[in-house]
Design a protein around this ligand. Structure first.
Ligand code: ATP
Length: 438
């Protein structure tokens, strides 16, 4: 069953995935804090991306560049001039809107979504970068920007990475981190926020291979979401028209997800040509090129960029996993999260808090904790504890009962099927590992 946005917001708050920031002060402008489960899940999303993009490849290396960045970077990249959204003001209620998010009403005229007025200003370009000052005095020359994307860090470090890693095109640089955009209308929970996390790969290729690699990454990236359990019918790849392309792009496709309000972008895959490396070469005077020793050829690589949002993707995983069914005549809510994405992989549950059971439960916990993230819960009835784990998406529960004291066995219960099997404690690690590795 498809959830509403409110269902997701409620689950996130109640179970500790995502809280409104500064809630005790009435909240703060669409900012959010990630709670005990959210921090685990968000990490898992990022880790799954890193595993697929860096760990399981030989042609991608990592980077973690500074968030505070020089205006010279953004001048050269074109962001100071072009990273804008069209802004309109409502003259009546003074609300501000992104012009391209407003649609005409039945009367064919655009209305203010807040007060309904049609008295709107012309659209003007609004730069979305957050500007700040470095040092104790706010003077000219002390400006810095919070990066609006993690990319550019990749480009300005191109030579550093090339020389230190001994990679050669085709190769990529991967980076995960926070980005900041002064969005005019943030909203739809964590779909659009001013502070968010991105997972970006810049893949440098010989110019003649750019089209092939663009196709390759479109395919790879779509399959990543499918492999991690998002049903294919909730995903699509949408190619941009010429008019829609960003200032740097000569071809873009978006991986889109069917959110409760409609299709929305999870990730943009762009062919950035040699735009960025050339722009930074010209502006800095440092030639950001690749010199092929064997052929004596020198060229500026083209760049294919799959750029995904970690926070937005986490929300998509929650929505896709949302489900309910009936067990023993009772309805239950569950999150069918992939084991690699779920906050906890295993919950260890002693049947009761009796002193005899707790040491065995702790022993089991000690066996599993080095391998996976475990929850531990010894209060309430076992049925309720199973339901609670279902609701937060824990794939496996391990129950320690009074028989465990006799047979040194425990029960593994599967979230999706609710099936239970008895396993000797000695075989538990092997059994859990193989059940989670899917
Ligand atoms: P949109 O059209 O939704 O504003 P975009 O095309 O500007 O997104 P990109 O610049 O391609 O986005 O950024 C890559 C990814 O970063 C997006 O696909 C999205 O997942 C994420 N992202 C971008 N802006 C935000 C935001 N304000 N809040 C959360 N995630 C974002």
């Amino acid at each position: 069953a498809a959830p509403d946005l409110e269902d997701i917001v409620r689950l996130c708050k109640q179970r500790g995935f995502v809280f409104p920031s500064a809630e005790i002060y009435g909240g703060f402008r669409s900012t959010y804090d990630y709670g005990p489960l959210g921090v685990l899940m968000l990490r898992n999303v990022k880790q799954a991306w890193w595993r697929s993009m860096v760990q399981l490849r030989h042609d991608v290396v990592g980077l973690d560049a500074a968030v505070l960045s020089s205006p010279r970077i953004w001048e050269a990249s074109g962001h100071l001039a072009n990273f804008t959204d069209p802004l309109v003001d409502c003259r009546n209620c003074k609300e501000r809107w992104r012009a391209d998010h407003l649609e005409p009403g039945d009367d064919g005229v655009v209305h203010c979504p807040n007060c309904g007025s049609t008295d709107l200003t012309e659209a003007r370009a609004f730069n979305m970068m957050f500007k700040t000052h470095v040092g104790p005095v706010e003077e000219e020359g002390s400006e810095a920007y919070l990066r609006p994307e993690t990319a550019q860090g990749h480009f300005v470090n191109f030579l550093n990475v090339l020389q230190s890693s001994r990679k050669r095109p085709p190769f990529g640089i991967a980076q995960i981190g926070k980005s900041f955009r002064n969005e005019i209308t943030p909203g739809n929970f964590v779909f659009r926020t001013r502070e968010f996390e991105q997972m970006e790969l810049e893949f440098f290729v010989p110019p003649a291979e750019a089209d092939r690699w663009f196709e390759y990454w479109c395919h790879e990236r779509l399959e990543w979401y499918v492999d991690l359990g998002i049903p294919r019918d909730l995903l699509r790849l949408r190619h941009h028209d010429k008019e829609e392309l960003s200032h740097y792009s000569s071809g873009t496709a978006d991986v889109e997800f069917r959110f409760p309000w409609g299709w929305g972008e999870l990730e943009g895959i762009a062919n950035r040509s040699d735009y960025d490396l050339r722009a930074h070469s010209e502006a800095s005077g440092t030639r950001l090129e690749y010199f092929e020793q064997a052929s004596g050829e020198r060229y500026t690589p083209w760049v294919i960029e799959p750029a995904a949002g970690a926070t937005r993707t986490m929300m998509a995983f929650l929505i896709a996993a949302w489900d309910s069914d009936e067990v023993g005549g009772e309805s239950r809510s569950l999150l069918r999260l992939h084991p690699r994405i779920a906050p906890y992989q295993v919950a260890v549950l002693p049947l009761s808090r009796k002193e005899t059971l707790v040491p065995v439960a702790h022993e089991v916990l000690g066996l599993l904790q080095p391998l996976v993230m475990c929850d531990y819960d010894e209060t309430q009835s076992i049925g309720r504890r199973y339901r609670r784990q279902d609701e937060i998406g824990t794939p496996l529960c391990v129950t320690v009962d009074f028989d465990s004291l006799e047979d040194r066995g425990v029960t593994i219960r599967d979230r999706d099927t609710t099936e239970q099997v008895r396993v000797p404690i000695d075989a538990l690690v092997t059994e859990i590992t193989s059940r989670l590795a899917r």
